[in-house]
Design a protein around this ligand. Structure first.
Ligand SMILES: Cc1cc2nc3c(=O)[nH]c(=O)nc-3n(C[C@H](O)[C@H](O)[C@H](O)COP(=O)(O)OP(=O)(O)OC[C@H]3O[C@@H](n4cnc5c(N)ncnc54)[C@H](O)[C@@H]3O)c2cc1C
Length: 478
């Protein structure tokens, strides 16, 4: 007897996320249809199933079928960053490019409650940053309007829309990590339990509280899958003990923007080409590697052309590019890091926000006559940062504005590099991140010229010209 193909949705309006997860899990042992299994379930029976299999026996992947959409409002950018470091989820957050911040939209860390004078200083510094930001918007807008005038036939509204990111992107360098924002999160039960565990183990009070609140909200829909999330003694000891070793070394001169390729796969090209052959053949990987190594340069070039040459800019290259890895040590400003942190298909190790690695002073702010006020803000920030750092280095991060540099270690495969450069070297991308994306492209091209030549390059410009146009760096006063 042939069975009819059947494809349908399990409706989240009729079934709870935990019941949907059980209906899928049970197909492993039951010949019944998903809808029949689901009809036979109740929320209580589903909870019992999860208690036994997911919690009891550790079949955690079942929890991936229970998906939640969590709306989180008015948390600091610093907290959003820790939330988004959970990479197996989807996020959309308030854009500092398309929205403006009100002067009072900053978080005051609970860590300052026992330090009333410092708390006042922190609040004054935040207010000064927000005021300077608010005043900078019309001033930098004027600069941009002069640089990019309205075209003859252009609708004035369309022109304003076109130039908006040019001045907002610059002014947002003044906003501190304490700025409040909203973020929408779509996440499955398995990833959420781990995210909650990490958050409630975090050194910052705000992050721990948000973790607890997310847990309470999530328990309404997936009560069994998150209720056992507890702080991790292991994570807490790592957060406490490793910084002592990391910071027990003399500081060297800060680097002002860099993107160094610190480690890479020397045989990346051959290994990717061999994997491409392997996928469609029957020989072992070592045999294909030997075949590729024995090829003449023109043959390798032709094979690379066949694997990558017919793509349009919007085609995802085949997965075999993931067999080559590159590690970059990047110093970039927080404005650029905002964009980088959202790229999930790589391993990112960011250092904490600091005032010790210098800051970016966007040229348009200088052209708008705002250099002195910007430097005044920098001085206030560095004083406040130093005072908070004395007793709580983690809480000190809140006062650091987006202009400051930070370091991040990135390990990514070649397929991700194709995607990242394609998206972030494009002319509409954020100017500081474009420099990084173009530098990454340049470095890969240097060490893997054959495959690197297939990475997208924006027309008629280089990253050096972007730097000349938009940026100026000044060393930290520290
Ligand atoms: C011009 C521009 C404006 C933006 N504006 C905003 C904004 O206002 N607010 C905001 O929050 N973000 C904004 N973003 C960020 C954007 O939404 C992405 O989060 C970011 O660019 C990372 O891209 P990615 O998801 O493709 O990369 P990665 O996370 O590195 O993923 C690489 C690829 O893997 C696949 N993938 C990864 N994870 C999943 C998943 N969970 N489900 C399905 N496929 C997946 C996708 O094919 C994806 O392209 C903006 C980006 C750009 C370029």
């Amino acid at each position: 007897m042939t069975r009819e193909r059947s494809i349908y949705l399990l409706n989240p309006k009729e079934l709870s996320p935990e019941t949907i997860a059980v209906a899928f899990a049970k197909t492993s042992r039951s010949s019944k249809s998903f809808s029949t299994i689901a009809q036979e379930l109740s929320d209580e029976a589903s909870a019992d199933f999860h208690e036994k299999w997911v919690v009891g026996y550790g079949h955690a992947s079942v929890a991936e079928h229970a998906v939640l959409h969590i709306a989180i409002e008015n948390i600091s950018r610093l907290a959003i960053e820790t939330l988004e470091s959970n990479r197996l989820a989807s996020y959309t957050e308030k854009s500092s490019r398309y929205q403006k911040w009100r002067p009072d939209s900053f978080y005051v860390p609970a860590e300052l409650n026992d330090h009333p004078e410092l708390k006042t200083k922190y609040q004054n510094t935040c207010r000064f940053l927000f005021e300077t930001y608010e005043n900078a918007l019309p001033a930098v807008k004027k600069v941009v309007e002069n640089m990019v005038p309205c075209q003859k036939d252009e609708n004035p509204d369309a022109w304003q829309q076109r130039i908006r990111s040019d001045y907002v992107d610059v002014c947002r360098y003044l906003l501190p990590a304490s700025s409040l924002a909203n973020v929408g999160v779509t996440i499955n039960g398995r990833a959420l339990e781990y995210a909650i565990q990490k958050m409630i183990s975090h050194p910052l009070q705000e992050v721990r509280t948000i973790g607890e609140e997310i847990k309470i909200v999530a328990e309404k829909n997936i009560p069994t899958l998150v209720k056992y999330a507890q702080p991790s003694a292991y994570l807490q000891s790592v957060y406490q003990e490793i910084p002592v070793i990391s910071n027990n070394h003399p500081t060297v001169d800060p680097e002002i923007f860099s993107c160094r390729l610190v480690s890479y796969d020397q045989n990346a090209e051959n290994r990717v080409l061999a994997a491409g052959l392997y996928r469609f053949g029957t020989l072992s990987y070592e045999q294909y590697l030997q075949i590729v190594e024995d090829m003449k340069p023109e043959q390798r070039k032709s094979l690379a052309q066949q694997m990558l040459g017919s793509r349009s800019r919007f085609d995802v290259p085949i997965r075999e590019l993931e067999h080559a890895f590159f590690t970059f040590d990047v110093v970039l400003d927080q404005g650029a890091y905002f964009e980088l942190k959202r790229h999930r298909m790589m391993t990112q190790t960011p250092q904490s926000l600091t005032t010790k690695l210098g800051f970016a002073l966007p040229r348009k702010l200088v052209q708008a006559g705002l250099r002195d006020i910007f430097m005044q803000a920098i001085e206030m920030v560095e004083n406040t940062y130093d005072e908070i750092y004395q007793f709580n280095p983690d809480a000190a991060s809140y006062i650091v504005p987006n202009a400051y540099n930070r370091r991040v270690l990135l390990t990514m495969n070649l397929r991700t590099i194709f995607h990242l450069v394609n998206l972030r070297a494009a002319p509409n991308a954020h100017f500081a991140f474009r420099r990084i994306a173009n530098k990454i492209r340049e470095e890969v091209l240097r060490v893997s010229p054959l495959l690197g030549s297939f990475i997208y390059q924006p027309d008629a410009e280089t990253w050096q010209s972007i730097e000349d146009c938009h940026f100026e760096f000044t060393e930290s006063t520290h």
